[in-house]
Design a protein around this ligand. Structure first.
Ligand SMILES: O=P(O)(O)OC[C@@]1(O)O[C@H](CO)[C@@H](O)[C@@H]1O
Length: 307
């Protein structure tokens, strides 16, 4: 089983409009609501792939109830930790138009030390049956920036590899605990290191404590610095997806990386899976979903180049 932890989950709302124009009124063509937050999206992709998974997430208030109800309907295995304050789980809004997606993320409720202890206890209960642990998304207010480090150390005690997908202090503070793999995007990589060149920045994160760094570079693919070598992996120009809904593409890549860590796949195959799944997610209308046919079509097309 792969356990995902989403400390700051959300009710993900996706609006479709023909063209987003700031400072004007829009009539929304279609509204979609589902349980979200990065770790929930990762678990949803794994579940669709038929990989055993459990999403661990704190939930509170009326929005938390809506998230819980959607998870029940979708059949995604989860363990929710009720927030003692009953503060409401946040909403995250993605506006998709013909060109791209625009994301508005609420900060979410504050977690108390007791809430976080309950999340750690939930993780400790799941880890004995876990083959990988995924830690994804922003940390909620009230938590110390080293909170992910607590979970990394807990996973190490159970001999479980950890994938961390976060930015800012949540990423840099967790490095000391030596996560197995970190997956920053290009902006997070630059922010964490102050270095513009992604390869040089990834090497700095690896030197800083991450055993492997896989940076997602949008349509340009993935850049990996691992103990087994460093590669760029991407689709040929004709198959690289532009437009669509890129929200959740990184989560699909994390799902592939976690599945590979859990199964012990070699790096080249792992990176090909991550590129193809990530591109297939851009072709799906909502985060946490992917176009299965595109995934299977693209998988053998992924090009790997040592860097
Ligand atoms: O605020 P965070 O936790 O960094 O990101 C939250 C979020 O924008 O990321 C997902 C896409 O990756 C969305 O489903 C989700 O709501």
């Amino acid at each position: 089983m792969i356990v995902t932890v989403t400390p700051n989950p959300a009710l993900d709302v996706t609006y479709a409009v023909p063209a987003l124009r700031p400072h004007t009124t829009h009539r929304v063509d279609a509204v979609h609501e589902q349980a979200g937050g990065k770790g929930v999206n990762v678990a949803r992709v794994l579940h669709t792939l038929g990989r055993p998974t459990t999403a661990l997430l704190p939930l509170g208030g009326p929005t938390g109830d809506v998230v819980r109800a959607e998870l029940d309907r979708s059949g995604l295995p989860y363990l929710s930790v009720p927030l003692r304050s009953r503060a409401a789980t946040r909403r995250t809004v993605t506006v998709v138009d013909e060109a791209d997606a625009t994301v508005l993320n609420e900060p979410g409720p504050e977690l108390t030390a007791e809430d976080w202890a309950a999340v750690l206890a939930g993780a400790a209960g799941l880890l004995p049956a876990a083959r990988a642990l995924v830690l994804s998304g922003s940390l909620p207010r009230g938590l110390h920036p080293g909170a992910y480090g607590d979970l990394v150390r807990l996973a190490h005690r159970h001999g479980v590899p950890v994938v961390l997908d976060a930015g800012g202090a949540a990423l840099t503070e967790a490095l000391a605990a030596r996560p197995t793999l970190v997956k920053p995007n290009a902006a997070e990589l630059r922010d964490a290191t102050g270095i513009a060149d992604p390869l040089a920045a990834a090497r700095v994160l690896a030197d800083g404590g991450a055993r492997a760094v896989v940076a997602s570079l949008g349509p340009a693919g993935l850049l990996a610095v691992t103990p087994g070598g460093a590669w760029h992996a991407g689709l040929p120009e004709g198959r690289a997806v532009r437009g669509g809904n890129p929200t959740g593409a990184g989560d699909a890549a994390v799902a592939a990386l976690a599945a590979a860590l859990a199964g012990g796949s070699p790096w080249p195959q792992t990176l090909a899976e991550a590129v193809a799944l990530s591109a297939a997610a851009v072709r799906a209308p909502y985060a946490g979903h992917f176009d299965r046919q595109a995934y299977l079509y693209d998988l053998p097309l992924v090009r790997l180049r040592p860097v």
